[in-house]
Design a protein. Structure first.
Length: 317
């Protein structure tokens, strides 16, 4: 499994806006018909309202997701350059981040890793079948195995290869979403304490100021829940997009190598449906699956708290 340790979270790195010389800005903006100035609602509050030019290829900013410090990642600081441009003019293709070749998010690199993982599992299935059949593991027997009607590759081969390629990133998104759900369930303890304090304060049973601490604690946990929930969903959506890009490229690569019989069985319409509708459903499922995985956490916490606080009255008829 590919493991990506985000060491930059403990650094001071951040995504900076590309700075153009003032003379360069005026000349390039005045002579570029693609530039469409915009006035958004928040544009009036900008200190610098100069419209940035459309960047050249060497001026494009590298895709810096998960490559910033913890504060910048928490507030989605890697989007600052896009927001800087978008509040001044319409964003074009050249403004988008550049994914460098052989980088962690490069589609070609992801697909190559996916192919290698698939090939390892294909060989493992063939070797296992030869061993069970009492045949020697060689090239000729492997070719015969592929034509054997009793031989079948594992149904989970594709899923296992996807997990091997992107499992770590998806696990991180599930953990972050889990923190959000657990904090949501446990926050009810503080809310209950705050309600009890208000009741005692009104009835004159207490004269302390513990309510301020309860209020701050509830607000802090709600902020933590929102932050973790947003980042967990966002990371899952990015993994879903990566799965979609890998499968789409794999389908297109395979379509260029089909034999004449396979082209009859899989016409262009079927390939288009596979690479669009079917792959999109997988992308959508990957985006929302962390909600399903983390659902038992909040259910268990809720049921336990109800049992502890209500006791037998919970099941009393």
């Amino acid at each position: 499994m590919r493991i990506h340790l985000e060491k930059e979270l403990l650094s001071l790195k951040s995504t900076k806006v590309y700075k153009y010389p003032d003379e360069d800005i005026e000349d390039r903006v005045a002579n570029d018909e693609r530039i469409l100035p915009q006035k958004r609602f928040l544009t009036r509050f900008l200190w610098n309202k100069k419209i940035p030019p459309i960047p050249m290829e060497d001026e494009r900013i590298k895709f810096s997701y998960t490559k910033n410090n913890l504060y910048e990642e928490a507030r989605y600081g890697w989007l600052d350059p896009l927001l800087y441009v978008g509040y001044r003019r319409t964003i074009v293709h050249e403004d988008l981040y550049k994914i460098e070749k052989d980088s962690y998010y490069d589609v070609d690199m992801l697909t190559d890793y996916f192919y290698k993982s698939c090939q390892r599992r294909i060989v493992k299935c063939e070797v296992e079948y030869l061993r069970k059949s009492g045949l020697q593991d060689n090239k000729e027997n492997r070719l015969r195995v592929k034509g054997d009607p009793n031989f079948h590759y594992s149904k989970n081969l594709l899923l296992a290869s996807i997990v091997d390629t992107l499992g770590w990133d998806y696990l991180v998104s599930i953990i972050i979403k889990g923190f959000s759900d657990i904090a949501t369930g446990l926050n009810t303890i503080q809310i209950r304490a705050l309600i009890n304090y208000v009741h005692q304060k009104v009835s004159g049973e207490t004269s302390g100021n513990n309510g301020y601490g309860y209020a701050v604690g509830v607000s802090a946990i709600l902020f933590f829940v929102g932050c973790c929930g947003a980042h967990g969903s966002n990371r899952a959506a990015i993994v879903g997009a990566e799965i979609r890009s890998i499968l789409t490229k794999a389908i297109l690569d395979k379509s260029l190598k089909l034999s004449r019989e396979s082209r009859v069985k899989y016409p262009p319409s079927a390939i288009t449906a596979l690479s669009s509708n079917d792959v999109f459903k997988i992308d959508l499922a990957a985006s929302y699956f962390p909600f399903v995985v983390c659902l038992p956490f909040i259910l268990i916490i809720t049921i336990v708290l109800l049992c502890v606080n209500l006791g037998l009255s919970l099941i009393h008829i």
